[in-house]
Write a protein that binds this ligand. Structure first.
Ligand code: CO
Length: 508
């Protein structure tokens, strides 16, 4: 009897990133972590992708603290993160020293497996991250971004897998961010990758177009080592299929894994509550199977983003027109896969083309892709578009790796942080490199947690710009009088000698 297929669980990363705008907080994750840990998943995807951005921008959390807390709460199961190669978890290339420092901090904070990809599948953009992951003693899973186009063939993807093996990948991931990987194609890719690399193969898909379960059955039959599932309601639709659903679909196969169903039910009940609490960020459009992703070849997350963007631009009546423009932009940019950040770039350019006329208004990112600054495109950039860009910018396309032209940045980052009176350790440096404003905000003085016993605290806040040069108002002070019991807190502030009383409550 063959070994059961392993399940990795994505509920704490891709599940809520795909269905709830990445807004699940660490506090909402922690009660579930020990239960997830005991179930026998081969890995828990808990970090990376958009979660680091979301922690800093929306949740006022230190993302490394989240990783440490989850590692402590779920110590038995390897923790997985998603890394955008040279872009780390941002949209543009960073110097090698920043990428390496980020990987070191990540592994030190408790991450065991790093899924590393590049939006253009340009292997040069994975090299530093793979090397650093191996050197830090963690598992490097080199990812192949699956997409369909005239220049993408099964053989080309398999060749990429062979290259990833040569670069030191411990395993290969097939990353189908749009949920467009047909079961037979998946079967063929897994078979070939296993045969020709001998490495473990994991398949990661989304249920956007309803293909996920069929694709995972095909992957299992072809000998894939692992597939990635989530837990409803943070599952299905634009996320991974639900664990219970996937087990049911594999029932009767000799590789069907065994899970403790009552615990899965308990987790499902718990996450229903979290999903309801995040109601502001969920949408029925993301929960539905949507075959638009197949005809437009656009990832599900991009479709929902698009609807919002077009509404904001008062262009909702142009939805179909913009969608039809997407493959035209993609072809002109050398058939790049659509995954962060290229999905946003192609989507925005398609919108600009419809609004102002084709190529009349070129976004900076479109110009940079054409100039090779994101890496080597899978097919050639359209000569007409390239001429437009080179004429406009006076620049020639680069053929090397952008990061080769970037100076090391860690010493300067540390210096800047020291000047600003912020922490200067490597974690601080790498977060500051990617999210300077958000990282600074994280360290702004915050109200002390409500506690009946706490003594009032006096906070000095920077003086507001004086209205006239001669006014010399004293620096404002705020007296924090915690009300206790986690309810609204009362504050008394003195601004320009005037005492103002106010009540502040926490909004999550
Ligand atoms: Co995904």
């Amino acid at each position: 009897m063959s070994k059961p297929v392993s399940f990795n669980n994505t509920v704490l990363r891709d599940g809520h990133q795909s269905l709830a705008a990445t807004r699940m907080t660490t506090a909402q994750m922690l009660p579930a972590a020990p239960l997830l840990d005991g179930l026998g998943f081969a890995g828990l995807e808990t970090w990376g992708g958009a979660t680091i951005d979301s922690c800093l921008r929306f949740l006022n959390e230190n993302p490394f603290d989240r990783l440490r807390a989850l590692k402590k709460a779920a110590p038995q199961t390897p923790q997985i993160m998603l890394l955008r190669g040279q872009n780390i978890v941002q949209y543009t290339s960073f110097p090698d020293d920043v990428v390496t420092a980020f990987v070191n901090c990540t592994v030190k904070a408790g991450c065991d497996i790093l899924r590393i990809f590049d939006a253009l599948n340009d292997l040069r953009n994975l090299a530093t991250a793979i090397k650093a992951t191996k050197a830090a003693g963690a598992h490097a899973r080199g990812e192949i971004c699956f997409t369909t186009s005239p220049v993408h063939t099964i053989e080309a993807f398999v060749q990429m897998g062979i290259e990833l093996q040569k670069m030191g990948s411990d395993s290969i991931g097939i990353k189908d961010m749009s949920g467009v990987l047909p079961p037979r194609t998946c079967h063929e890719m897994v078979t070939q990758l296993k045969k020709r690399t001998g490495l473990p193969v994991t398949v990661h898909t989304h249920d956007t177009a309803g293909l996920s379960v069929a694709t995972y059955i095909a992957a299992t039959e072809a000998g894939a080592d692992a597939v990635e599932v989530s837990i409803a309601p943070f599952a299905n639709g634009t996320a991974q299929p639900d664990t219970v659903r996937m087990i049911a679909a594999l029932e009767g196969y000799d590789r069907c894994p065994k899970f403790h169903t009552p615990t899965l039910t308990k987790l499902g009940d718990y996450f229903k509550g979290v999903y309801a609490d995040l109601g502001k960020f969920t949408s029925t459009a993301n929960e539905r199977v949507d075959s638009d992703t197949l005809c437009y070849q656009v990832p599900g997350g991009m479709l929902s983003n698009f609807r919002t963007q077009l509404k904001e631009q008062k262009m909702m009546d142009k939805f179909d027109e913009v969608m039809r423009e997407v493959p035209i932009v993609r072809e002109a940019l050398g058939w790049i896969p659509l995954v962060t950040p290229t999905s946003q770039i192609v989507g925005t350019q398609a919108m600009l083309n419809v609004k102002f006329g084709r190529w009349k208004n070129l976004s900076q990112a479109t110009q940079d892709i054409a100039l090779g600054k994101y890496g080597r495109t899978p097919g050639p950039v359209s000569p007409d578009l390239l001429k437009l860009v080179t004429d406009k910018t006076g620049q020639k396309p680069i053929t090397g790796r952008l990061a080769d032209s970037l100076q090391p940045r860690m010493p300067k980052l540390r210096e800047d942080l020291a000047k600003a009176g912020l922490p200067t350790d490597d974690e601080a440096c790498v977060l500051h490199a990617m999210f300077p404003m958000e990282f600074t905000n994280l360290h702004k003085p915050k109200p002390a947690p409500a506690s009946a016993a706490a003594a009032p605290v006096v906070v000095n806040t920077p003086a507001p710009a004086p209205a006239t040069a001669k006014s010399a108002a004293p620096a404002p002070t705020a007296t924090l009088a915690p009300a206790g019991n986690g309810g609204p807190r009362k504050y008394a502030m003195t601004i320009g000698g005037r005492r103002i009383e106010t009540t502040v409550e926490e909004l999550n």
